[in-house]
Design a protein around this ligand. Structure first.
Ligand SMILES: Nc1ncnc2c1ncn2[C@@H]1O[C@H](COP(=O)(O)OP(=O)(O)OP(=O)(O)O)[C@@H](O)[C@H]1O
Ligand SMILES: [Mg+2]
Length: 296
């Protein structure tokens, strides 16, 4: 089910075509990474979805609607934008309670949301003393208040330490995979999102460069596994018999096309050879990302 739809979206600022005819969709139950180098047009696209940028042409819809046509936007879409400003003198708890009151949500949601992002203990502290990572968590908590099924997050990993990034990955996957939410998360750092996302949309200089599932973009559909064993000669014919195509590499390793690592492992076991190396190979998405973005 399509939860977010960007259709032929264009937006210029003066002579700069920030977004140029971009189209993509985000399905419920998936995390989609919106990737591109600095200035690619990510924030402009996300702000269009939230009614903060008026497109020159095309549409940016959540649940088939424009943001400004939503009766209760906080129940439909949760957003975390870059450089969110919080009143420094307010506590985290108060900040969220005010949002609840303004949106007609039960104030108990403030405490629940702080708990969900791991800020329960900092609830009574003034936001002015928060680290960047804590501010990101607070921004995420405000997105959770209305328990929406669509999340739009602009570089939410900025300022998080490695443990925070790890936590964020798990949390976004939980929202999508356990709660059925559609999550659109932007980043200019591929490695930040490649362990989180199901789908990827790559943009550079305002134009869509590539889109697909993570698997499609990393392997173009083909998986290979490199194996090395102590038993020469016995394994390759057994793998071929099981339907694999086997390349013999320099140094005695085999590159196996067409079998899953587990299937190969079972054949190794049957052959009673000793495995010294087994690596599932994927084309390096980082390389793909750089090549794609440098082309323009
Ligand atoms: N309000 C604005 N006024 C003028 N130019 C703008 C405005 N917003 C964005 N731009 C320009 O549009 C282009 C795309 O910017 P955008 O912020 O969407 O990129 P981004 O992909 O989010 O980049 P980053 O990774 O740096 O956040 C850039 O050239 C930027 O300078
Ligand atoms: Mg940006």
């Amino acid at each position: 089910m399509t939860a977010i739809e960007i259709r032929n979206l264009s937006k210029s600022f003066g002579a700069v075509r920030a977004v140029d005819g971009v189209s993509f969709t985000v399905k419920a139950g998936t995390v989609t990474g919106y990737l591109g180098p600095n200035g690619a047009g990510k924030t402009t696209t996300l702000r269009s979805l939230l009614g903060l940028v008026t497109p020159d042409s095309g549409e940016a819809l959540v649940n088939g609607k424009r943001y400004r046509d939503m009766a209760t936007p906080l129940n439909e879409v949760g957003a975390v934008l870059e450089a969110t400003n919080f009143h420094p003198g307010r506590t985290a708890h108060n900040h969220l309670r005010l949002l609840c009151v303004a949106a007609g949500l039960p104030v108990a949601r403030a405490e629940e949301a702080l708990g969900q992002v791991g800020l329960a203990e900092a609830a009574g502290k003034r936001v002015g003393g928060f680290s960047l990572g804590m501010r990101q968590r607070l921004a995420l908590a405000s997105a959770l208040l209305g328990e929406p099924k669509v999340y739009i997050l602009d570089e939410p990993a900025n300022g998080l330490d490695p443990a925070g990034i790890q936590w964020l990955r798990g949390f976004l996957r939980h929202l999508a995979h356990d709660r059925g939410a559609a999550v659109l998360v932007s980043s200019h750092v591929l490695s930040e999102v490649e362990q989180t996302v199901d789908d990827i949309v790559i943009i550079a200089a305002g134009r869509l460069v590539r889109q697909g599932t993570l698997a499609e973009l990393t392997t173009n559909g083909e998986k290979t596994v490199r194996v090395r064993t102590t038993g020469d000669g016995e394994l390759a014919p057994a793998l071929e018999k099981a339907g694999a195509t086997v390349e013999r590499l320099d140094g005695g390793a085999l590159r196996v096309h067409g079998l899953e690592p587990e299937e190969i492992g079972r054949i190794v076991l049957d052959q009673r050879v000793v495995l010294t190396e087994m690596i599932a190979e994927r084309s390096d998405l980082q390389k793909v990302f750089l090549e794609l973005t440098e082309e323009r």
